[in-house]
Design a protein around this ligand. Structure first.
Ligand code: RUB
Length: 309
């Protein structure tokens, strides 16, 4: 029996943010499809398509989720048995892509960090933290300023992780970024999606930080695996910005007043504010996004019927 319960449970974990962050979500989706594929005995295409749709309808913004699913769904075979084997192989291949890309980005990005620097980061990006941790492990004497990243406080995860590594870290409220920017040598953030024109979609507040960094002539570095680039934007599609529950922002007593509360989870940083995107195949300017999409995500462009976002 195809184990749809497994898929529903995974979807729930992504929706309630038990599994969060663009690369973790992508890896988890590939793992889920792999485990689900093993349970399918017949009608492989139809069952896999249904499972994919359940996973796709979880969080709309991080393209990594769609790229992961599309990658697995490009399986081929003459019969169900062959298709299953190929889907499992592709899922494992994607998972390896996630793991190796992060290591590589750590190595490349760390070269851009100088001894004695103070780095500001926002939210909790495993990729950005990989760069910071790699630089620290190389013996660079660095410090980090981390925003709390309201309303979900992913900054708390960040400071725990950095403190665990022994990296001197300061936690600040999101609105203190401009106050501290004079002490910052470089901003490093992750990505949920990079569009074909080189814009960055990342945790809400990222674009304000980029604006502030530009004002102070502080370099703004984005760490993004190539599966964070969006093929759909090449066809003119806009990235959907997830708007989450108002209760994440305000307590019931405020909501009961009838006050409108908005809670967008991500925002868009135009490419003009980005100095560098560190990918696993190199440190590139945002203007090169189109080349990445063509060369690394060609499989996504061929997906006529499956929605890529
Ligand atoms: C997480 C977030 C992260 C990116 C990159 O948002 O904005 O910066 O996903 O993370 P949320 P990574 O907590 O809402 O999922 O580098 O780990 O992929």
């Amino acid at each position: 029996m195809p184990n749809f319960k497994l898929v529903e449970e995974s979807a729930k974990k992504i929706i309630n943010m038990e599994v969060r962050g663009a690369s973790r979500i992508a890896r988890f989706a590939a793992e889920t499809l792999k485990e689900f594929a093993k349970t399918v005995e017949k009608d492989f295409d139809e069952n896999m398509r249904k499972a994919s749709e359940i996973l796709m309808n979880t969080r709309p913004t991080a393209v990594s989720l769609f790229n992961a699913i599309n990658y697995v769904m490009m399986y081929k075979g003459e019969n169900d048995e062959e298709k299953k084997a190929d889907a499992i192989r592709r899922a494992e291949e994607f998972i390896r892509w996630v793991d190796t890309a992060k290591q590589k980005i750590g190595e490349i990005g760390a070269k851009r960090i100088k001894d004695g620097w103070t780095i500001l980061t926002h939210c909790n990006s495993s990729t950005a933290l990989m760069v910071i941790k790699t630089a620290f492990r190389q013996g660079k004497n660095i410090e980090v300023i981390a925003t709390e990243s309201r309303p979900r406080y992913q900054g708390h995860l960040t400071v725990k992780e950095l403190a665990g590594e022994g990296i001197p870290t300061t936690l600040i409220v999101d609105s203190a970024v401009r106050y501290f920017m004079k002490d910052v040598d470089c901003v490093i953030v992750g990505a949920d999606t990079i569009t074909v024109n080189g814009a960055l979609i990342n945790k809400i507040g990222t674009s304000q930080i980029a604006l502030c960094a530009r004002e102070s002539r502080v370099p703004f570095m984005v760490c993004a695996e190539t599966y964070k680039f969006s093929p759909a934007t090449l066809f003119g599609e806009l990235v959907v910005i997830e708007e989450r529950d108002a209760r994440e922002v305000a307590p019931e007593e405020i909501l009961n007043l009838g006050v409108k509360v908005r809670n967008p989870a991500f925002d868009v940083t135009p490419r003009e504010y980005i100095d560098l995107i560190v990918t696993e195949i190199g440190a590139i300017p945002p203007e090169m996004a189109y080349v990445i999409i063509r060369e690394r995500l060609g499989y996504g462009l061929e997906m006529g019927e499956l929605k890529v976002s």
